[in-house]
Design a protein around this ligand. Structure first.
Ligand SMILES: C[S@@+](CC[C@H](N)C(=O)[O-])C[C@H]1O[C@@H](n2cnc3c(N)ncnc32)[C@H](O)[C@@H]1O
Length: 170
C-alpha cells in the first residue's frame, strides 16, 4: 500500500458492496483506477462497470490511463482539466455513483469544490472516500461537512495517513 496506486480500503469496499459506478477525482497514473475496476468486475461483468476520472492528465497521462482502462473492458469517461472548472461543467450529465474517491487538489478551495460537486452524485448508499485528510486544506473541508446531513468517519489506512468515509444520513 502507498499514497498512490492501489488502495485496499477502496478495493474491499467496492467488492463487498458490489459497486458498479466509480468516480475518482485525481487519477494520476490510473493504477488505482485499474485496481478499482478489477475489484468491481469480481462481482459484475466488465461491460456493466462504469468509471469516471478527473485529472489534469498532463503530457501522455491521458493516453496511458485510457490504455489501462481499455484493457479492463469497463465503460469509462476521462475529464481533462482543473476540476474547479471541469466538475461544474459536467456534473449534471453524470449518473449517480456507488463510490467516489476524492484525491485531487489538496487546497481547501479545490477539496471543497470537489466535495460540493461529488455530493450531488450520492444515492443513499454511496460512499465518498476523501484521501489525505492530514493536509490542512483537506481537513478543513472535511471539518466543514454538515454532521446533521452526513456521517463522517475518519480512519487511518496503513502507510497512507488519514482517510474520511462520508455517507448520507438516511
Ligand atoms: C495524489 S494524486 C492521485 C492519486 C490516485 N488517486 C491514486 O490513488 O493513485 C493527485 C492527482 O490529482 C491531480 N490534481 C491535483 N489538483 C487537481 C485539480 N485542481 N484538478 C484536476 N486534477 C488535479 C494531479 O494531477 C494528480 O494526478
Amino acid at each position: 500500500m502507498s499514497w498512490y496506486g492501489s488502495h485496499s480500503f477502496l478495493n474491499e469496499y467496492i467488492c463487498e458492496n458490489t459497486c458498479k459506478r466509480i468516480m475518482e477525482i485525481g487519477v494520476y497514473t490510473g493504477e488505482n483506477a485499474r485496481t478499482m475496476v478489477e475489484a468491481a468486475v469480481r462481482n459484475v461483468p466488465p461491460g456493466e462497470v462504469e468509471y469516471y476520472g478527473f485529472d489534469f492528465f498532463m503530457g501522455a497521462r491521458l493516453r496511458e490511463v485510457r490504455q489501462k482502462l481499455e484493457k479492463t473492458g469497463c465503460k469509462f469517461q476521462l475529464f481533462k482539466g482543473d476540476t474547479v472548472d471541469t466538475l461544474p461543467k459536467v456534473v449534471t450529465t453524470l449518473p449517480i455513483m456507488d463510490v467516489i474517491f476524492i484525491d485531487g487538489g489538496k487546497s481547501y478551495s479545490e477539496a471543497r469544490s470537489d466535495w460540493e460537486h461529488a455530493k450531488t452524485l450520492m444515492h443513499d448508499g454511496t460512499a465518498v472516500f476523501v484521501h489525505n485528510v492530514d493536509f490542512s486544506g483537506v481537513r478543513s473541508m472535511v471539518d466543514s461537512i454538515s454532521r446533521s446531513q452526513y456521517r463522517v468517519k475518519l480512519f487511518r489506512a496503513p502507510f497512507e495517513g488519514e482517510v474520511a468515509l462520508i455517507k448520507k444520513k438516511t
